[in-house]
Design a protein around this ligand. Sequence first.
Ligand SMILES: [Zn+2]
Ligand SMILES: [Zn+2]
Length: 453
Amino acid sequence: MYFNSLFLILGARYIILFAVILLVLIYARIKSFKIKIHFLDNNFYKGHIKFYDLNGIIHFHSTYSDGSGKIENLIKIAKKLKADFLISSDHNTLKPKYDGLEGHYGNLFYFAGEEINTEFGHFLALGIKDEIKRGDYKDVLLNIKKQNGLGIICHPHNWWTPWKNFSVSGFNGIEIINLDSQWRGMNPLYILLVLITYKINSFYSLHFLAHKPKKTLEFWDSVQKHNRLITGIASIDAHSNVKISKNKRVKFPKYEELFSIARTHLMLDKKFSGNIEKDKSLIIKAIKKGSCYFSFDLFGKPSGFYFEAETIGQNNRNEYFASGDTINLKKLKNEIQYINFYSGININHKKTNYEIILYKNGKQLYRVKNSALEFKIKISYNNTNIKPVKLTDKLNTEIKNKNDDNYGIETIKDFINNNKPESSNFYRIEINIIKGYKKITYLYSNNIEIFSE
Ligand SMILES: [Zn+2]
Ligand SMILES: [Zn+2]
């Protein structure tokens, strides 16, 4: 009896000691947690098509609707965070524009969009001059088009206001990343983890928002059609205004935190001019076309990213295409020998492990680890004696030993048949960073279309 209780007391002490040590270790681990992508010191661009990379914060709510921040203050925050452009989207109002807030604030360009309620869900209208009232999707869309604006489906798969009709047409883009959905849509256990760890290390807490929205990506890949490229963007949807009881709201997560997590990067052939309307249409055109990519910049601002296709003809005549471009094979005719895909980024692979994945119509086609991507489709004119099509899907770490096995080969007849307008093919890139057991999709490109007509 005596020994038993002594054992119990000693045992309980050890358990408590063990628990305390464990808690201290977990606390220290969370406190010091950081994922930072290491980029090369000498940043160079290896792509063929030069562009200006302007990054922006799209979709947030201010005191004009249900956000807690004043636009004037949010402009200051975005400026401090080195964004090039900032677009608000208060619910069913364009009042910030009427109040004369649009304009250039040093290097930051701000303008107002609108998030409009339709019977199918929330719809983002950018580049419109006149306010559009909430209403039927068809009427809202028509009004946006009349005003030369663009329409984007908001947070299609969040659980409280999901998009309700996935067979609609006419929209220009989809919010692939919507940070509000990213955190509220997480597994409740993760939400709890986010809330508990937020005070210890907000970076640790917020890095959970960088997860892959699988359903939305599937939707995005399924709606691409010939001459109707649907653009993917990352949007913030910041409110910083969480209701916790009838009279109490908390400013969580903070605007400056959300503004730092994800950005949409435009690939422009010129910089902003300083003229409000001209710069607005520059942004609208780039998003409409798909000349943009989006990334989780909290891990590091992307440097030197490119994604291109090159068509090589018989006399080494080649042309280059970037995301948002459409390649018409018929224009290149029998001359075509290869189509090469290139992608790269200035990540220092000695310090940060990463992989680049090429997708075709939403399916993985090829991937490389810690290296620039080069994928070649050889077009064969000999229809009888040809190797089977071999499109490698395995992780290729030995990119140096390139041989035909790394390449896809198709006959010209098959290639053209497989790329008819009704069966256009769409190619895009994703970049993952790998940290221990964690794999985070850091960057998403938009699509390049290939077809034959
Ligand atoms: Zn919404
Ligand atoms: Zn919103």
